[in-house]
Ligand binder design. Structure first.
Ligand code: DX5
Ligand code: ZN
Length: 228
């Protein structure tokens, strides 16, 4: 049975009180770190120093989402900084197979990311090599955006493709997830849930992580398929 993982995005944390906010999500399954370069996305966020700082301050594994134009040029910075998992955008990677192999060779988990306009079919030949697929449910760049409803059907297409090729990667969804929709996102096929504003905007982020996980797990249990 699939296990729901909650990955709070520190993009919505208070950077002036980062240690405090990391403590508040000490019960999370992953910490989602949004690396943006000001080119692939118009926004500019964190470099490897942030990953080093999070690694030092938190014991939760780090899920580094690379929204950068030339990921091959900088992936090693983030691996050296302690990333436990790295996801790379299909739209930004020319040699995705080699990039995924490199991340895994360095001992981290590797995932590929799909923007909202990128069809799941581009993953067909790489799916068996992936630990995770990240489906963007907003256009990358900012926290607090509205979940794109077409994501539900896209998740169903991704699950069908995974079955067709005999692959079982984790499926992560990122953008606009909250207690209002997480059960539906889980029912559609996801098992890893990024939540930024929903967690850090809550009066009790620790309780919100537990609440989101419970809602997602109930939906996964009701789905009843077999995934690890
Ligand atoms: C958007 C980022 C997200 C963002 C999610 O480009 O990849 O991880 O932090 O924030 P919310 O959950 O507020 O939509
Ligand atoms: Zn992200």
């Amino acid at each position: 049975m699939a296990t729901a993982l909650i990955a709070p995005s520190i993009l919505s944390a208070d950077f002036a009180h980062l240690a405090r906010d990391l403590d508040r999500i000490g019960n999370a399954d992953l910490i989602h770190v949004d690396v943006m370069d000001g080119h692939f996305t118009e926004n500019l966020t964190f470099g490897p120093g942030m990953v080093t700082a999070c690694k030092r301050a938190a014991s939760v594994p780090l899920d580094v989402h690379m929204m950068v134009s030339n990921p091959d040029e900088t992936i090693d910075w983030y691996l050296d900084a302690g990333a436990d998992m790295i996801t790379v955008h299909t739209e930004a990677s020319t040699h995705l197979h080699r990039t995924i192999a490199h991340i895994k060779d360095r001992g981290a988990q590797a995932g590929a990311v799909l923007n909202p306009a990128t069809p799941v079919g581009v993953l067909e030949d790489i799916l068996p090599d992936l630990d995770m697929v990240l489906v963007m449910s907003v256009n990358p760049g900012f926290g607090g955006q509205r979940f794109i409803d077409g994501t539900y059907a896209k998740l169903a297409r991704l699950r069908a493709l995974c079955e067709a090729v005999g692959a079982a990667p984790r499926i992560e969804v990122d953008g606009g997830i909250s207690a209002a929709n997480i059960a539906q996102v889980a029912a559609a096929g996801a098992d890893v849930f990024v939540a930024g504003s929903a967690v850090f905007g809550a009066s009790d982020p620790t309780a919100e992580v537990d609440r989101l996980r419970l809602l997602a797990q109930e939906a996964l249990d009701a789905r009843g398929d077999v995934r690890s």
